[in-house]
Design a protein around this ligand. Structure first.
Ligand SMILES: [Zn+2]
Ligand SMILES: [Zn+2]
Ligand SMILES: [Zn+2]
Ligand SMILES: [Zn+2]
Length: 359
């Protein structure tokens, strides 16, 4: 089966015990960009009842400029970096339906105001997903075609959240859309297994890495996890002109050469986490046990053991984990020039460039 991408670099195949995955359709080089993709859906990571307003444009998620901010003329709650972002948002992510529904949910008397921020974010997501469905029904089908953890939409927490959120939103739902608590539960389960975080800009002084928006990228999400990945994702949210929407694209770039027929994998989190933390996150958030080469070795380690060994994955981590303070992003070579491998590594979180002295 071909991957629905515009490239001939990748194909999608079923991989034993893993479900769908991305396979190199030809020999690929370290640093090569193998996929660039715009989000199917994007929503703010700021809870509906946040103590401080989000410092990011509610459409492109760039940091708002110090002056000349544009607010939604109807609700005045939602701020945009430019007239262009505001205009685009009013016809898409902040449609009149979204504006009206969010205004209702964010009313100080709303029962959501007492609820944990996770539930407030799930409400944000459901509004974004319903808005997508109202505007472009085929995009809802694309969203529903993504995988989720089996039976996750029947878990007690998700059933509770979906019923509660749906009951708040249903007075605003167009009757012909047939939105239901069951649909909301399915969407929340899909979101859990497929959302990518767009991070706040790196700062060496902290605070710790936090998230400014969540996005669903329907092709990138096919990529499976490996604790020693051969690809990693970049985004350049803060770059470009206001109103240029491609700043929220995800770019997948190879860390190492990959031969035709090999699977392309990314890590679903920072690669320097220890075995027990990785095991817990992969089970709780993604519902599987990782059987990668690194996990097979580290499963038998005692606390702190073997960290200085010359095992391939220990060497990999020392080379490809960014050592800037407060970063720990993943490094990948810049794209090859004239077919020649580039010896400059770029960090996918802080953006630092570093000459690879080992090649
Ligand atoms: Zn903007
Ligand atoms: Zn509004
Ligand atoms: Zn693993
Ligand atoms: Zn870094």
């Amino acid at each position: 089966m071909a991957v629905p991408t515009s490239t001939t670099l990748l194909k999608m195949e079923n991989i034993p015990n893993k479900g769908r995955g991305l396979i190199a359709a030809q020999d690929l080089k370290a640093g090569q960009i193998i996929l660039t993709e715009s989000p199917l859906l994007l929503y703010s990571a700021s809870p509906l009842f946040s103590p401080s307003p989000s410092p990011y444009c509610h459409h492109c998620f760039r940091t708002l400029p110090p002056s000349q901010i544009f607010s939604c003329p109807s609700c005045s709650n939602y701020l945009f970096c430019s007239q262009k972002c505001l205009s685009i948002a009013l016809n898409s992510s902040h449609s009149s339906w979204t504006c009206q529904t969010l205004s209702h949910l964010q009313n100080p008397a709303s029962p959501l105001s007492e609820k944990p921020s996770q539930l407030q974010l799930q409400a944000r997501f459901i509004v974004a997903a319903y808005n997508l469905a109202i505007r472009t029904p085929s995009d809802l089908q694309a969203l529903l075609s993504l995988h989720s953890i089996p039976n996750d939409d029947e878990s007690d927490a998700i059933v509770y959240a979906s019923k509660f959120i749906h009951s708040l939103i249903s007075p605003f739902c167009p009757p012909h859309m047939n939105f239901s608590p069951q649909l909301a539960a399915k969407l929340i389960a899909i979101e859990r297994a497929n959302s990518f975080c767009l991070m706040e800009p790196y700062s060496p002084n902290g605070p710790q890495r936090s998230i400014k928006a969540y996005g669903i990228y329907q092709r990138t999400t096919i990529c499976n996890h490996d604790c020693i990945p051969n690809a990693c994702r970049f985004d350049y949210v803060e770059t470009g002109e206001p109103g240029d929407e491609h700043n929220t694209d995800i770019v997948l770039r190879l860390i190492k050469d990959v031969s035709a027929g090999s699977e392309i994998c990314i890590s679903y989190f920072r690669i320097n986490k220890d075995y027990s933390t990785r095991k817990r996150i992969l089970m709780e958030d993604f519902g599987f046990v990782c059987e990668c080469d690194r996990c097979k070795i580290e499963a038998n380690w005692n606390e702190g053991e073997n960290k200085d060994s010359d095992l391939p994955h220990v060497i990999f981590l020392s080379k490809f984990v960014c050592d800037k303070v407060n970063c720990a992003g993943t490094l990948a070579p810049l794209p090859p020039k004239d077919g020649e491998k580039c010896n400059v590594l770029e960090c996918n979180f802080c953006g630092n460039l570093k000459v690879d002295s080992t090649t």
